[in-house]
Design a protein around this ligand. Structure first.
Ligand SMILES: Cc1cc2nc3c(=O)[nH]c(=O)nc-3n(C[C@H](O)[C@H](O)[C@H](O)COP(=O)(O)O)c2cc1C
Length: 192
């Protein structure tokens, strides 16, 4: 039996190679807020490691506040061109500073500046004020190296369950579920 992380990597490589999408690594991450309300949004999947699925974000944005309160997190993907859906359920945990630093350094300077200049998901007066803030900071920082701010980092979703669905036009989809069991995985099929 293929390890589900290896299987995910195979599907992801295939999805990226054949993708008609501009944002080839977009995945929907769902969280539950302190009032028990679910919320989902797309993020860029940075990496898949044996421990789980890594994305980066502002640590004071609503998704991060929700995770800090309740780490139960889901990740959902639909690759239309392959007919593949993946669903992950697990626990999100902050990644180590060294890894967050490496992802920060891999970001474009524009992305670094906008993270610094703006407060993700806070109310915005108008678009022009956003451009002004970003331009002001761009001038102020010049060419100086921008260190990772304390409110930006990465989360790893440590999976408890991973389900792979192969879509069939007959609706007799193949659904393969992997459930974490100790160091290994239990494999079962689910009715479509
Ligand atoms: C294709 C795509 C990729 C995105 N990637 C990220 C990302 O990697 N990190 C991030 O914080 N927001 C990303 N966003 C923006 C989020 O969808 C969301 O608007 C933002 O993170 C605020 O979410 P929150 O208010 O739930 O915290 C992306 C949006 C799209 C459409």
């Amino acid at each position: 039996m293929l390890d589900p992380i290896q299987k995910f990597n195979l599907w992801w490589q295939q999805a990226q190679a054949d993708s008609p999408l501009q944002q080839k690594s977009a995945v929907c991450v769902s969280t539950v807020d302190k009032d028990g309300m679910p919320d989902g949004r797309f993020v860029d999947l940075k990496a898949v490691e044996s421990r789980g699925f890594i994305f980066c974000t502002n640590l004071d944005a609503p998704k991060s506040v929700a995770i800090q309160h309740n780490p139960n997190t889901a990740m959902t993907i639909w690759w239309d061109h392959l007919g593949y859906q993946v669903r992950v359920k697990g626990i999100a945990q902050l990644v180590e500073d060294e890894l967050a630093n490496a992802y920060w350094q891999s970001r474009s300077r524009d992305a670094q500046i906008s993270t610094l200049a703006l407060q993700q998901s806070a109310e915005m007066v108008d678009e022009q004020s956003m451009f002004d803030q970003v331009n002001h900071l761009t001038r102020e920082r010049g060419n100086a190296i921008i260190p990772r701010p304390a409110n930006w980092g990465g989360y790893c979703i440590h999976p408890a369950k991973i389900e792979f669905l192969t879509f069939k036009t007959s609706r007799l989809h193949l659904r393969e579920l992997y459930v974490r069991q100790g160091e290994g995985w239990r494999y079962q099929l689910l009715q479509p």
